[in-house]
Design a protein around this ligand. Structure first.
Ligand code: TXA
Ligand code: MG
Length: 318
């Protein structure tokens, strides 16, 4: 698998219809030319993701928004103007340029301007949009380094056509905040790298906290899952109790407690989850951060990592 820092090579891959794993400030994305239907179809194959789960279109700047959205309400223009480039995705009525393959047939499209110099350079060079979900297999932990992407997807990518653009470690570490601006008031669909409180303040409190049916795959109850069992603790004492209990059952146990620094907690979250698997941990006890600032996004990801799901888990006894 080719891992490169060269934007010109990445641009060539995209132009030839290949896939490129792109660095962003949040997590790595698996990108295709948003207007190349065959390339977009391969994103779903490589990820093992159902085609009903829509993709975010990444663009070079707010100026390009009009090409992808049929209309841009004032709230959306305000958020885009204030937060882009940055970890915010806006859902807007889609323009004719956006295919059903991108939106899963919905009439709204997710758009964002990522804050990473290499990917902004790539977008500038290409002039179009890049459709990209996180560059992990469906339901699994998102990647925050080029090495994570290679570990997850090397067997599924085509070394002749695809490549990984290495932009170092993602500084934010959790995915973008998703705000649906096609409804009034705007609704938050996924807490993320821009704290919910900041968005609420920008919108003068007019933000619907949305507890409706799952409308985004990151909103499925179970997601972001490592192989180990993730158990949530309220504080460090609770964590030690849970850890002792699991050890008594014969499990290999690890504890993560980064509640004193939420910026680091977010940046390291997915590396922590991956490390537990690499280290052969059976039970990972995670202390929940407070529900403030980036804590909302971290709590959301940890709860989904901890939710029971269909894959076989290693039993606590073995
Ligand atoms: O930070 C991020 O947002 C990263 C980086 C690569 O940009 N991307 C990312 O993509 O997290 P993904 O596909 O893993 O998660 C995007 C979420 C999905 O849950 C998807 O269902 C939702 O956004 N989404 C995208 N377009 C949508 C649409 N038109 N309507 C409803 N949900 C949408
Ligand atoms: Mg994802």
């Amino acid at each position: 698998m080719l891992i490169t820092e060269r934007v010109d090579r990445a641009a060539r891959s995209i132009r030839l219809g290949g896939l490129v794993a792109i660095p962003t400030e949040t997590v790595y994305g698996l990108a295709a030319d948003a207007e190349n239907l065959d390339a977009v179809a391969r994103i779903f194959e490589v990820k093992g993701r159902p085609t009903s789960h829509p993709l975010i279109v990444h663009i070079a700047g707010s100026d390009a928004l009009g090409a992808w959205a049929a209309s841009v309400p004032d709230d959306a223009a305000l958020l885009a103007g204030t937060c882009w480039p940055g970890p915010l995705t806006l859902l807007l009525p889609r323009s004719k340029r956006v295919s059903d393959a991108i939106t899963g047939g919905r009439d709204i499209v997710g758009v964002r301007v990522p804050a990473h110099p290499l990917t902004l350079e790539l977008l500038d060079e290409l002039g179009g949009g890049l459709a990209a979900p996180s560059a992990n297999r469906f339901g699994r932990v998102s990647p925050t380094t080029a090495h994570h992407v290679a570990a997850d997807l090397a067997d599924h990518l085509d070394p002749k056509r695809d490549l990984i653009l290495d932009g170092g470690s993602c500084p934010v570490g959790v995915e973008s905040t998703i705000i649906d601006c096609s409804v009034d008031p705007p609704q938050i669909l996924r807490p993320g790298g821009i704290p919910t409180d900041d968005i609420e303040q920008l919108l003068d409190g007019r933000l619907d906290q949305g507890s409706g049916p799952a409308r985004a795959s990151g909103m499925l109850r179970s997601h972001y899952s490592p192989d180990c069992l993730v158990v949530l603790a309220d504080d460090d004492r609770h964590a030690e109790e849970l850890a002792d209990e699991a050890r008594n059952d014969g499990a290999v146990v690890s504890v993560i407690d980064r509640t004193d620094d939420l910026v680091t907690a977010a940046r390291e979250l997915y590396t922590d989850l991956r490390r537990a698997d690499d280290d052969g941990v059976d039970v990972l006890v995670a202390v929940m951060p407070p529900a403030e600032g980036l804590g909302h996004a971290i709590r959301d990801r940890l709860m989904k990592a901890a939710a029971e799901h269909c894959r076989d888990r290693p039993s606590r006894d073995g």
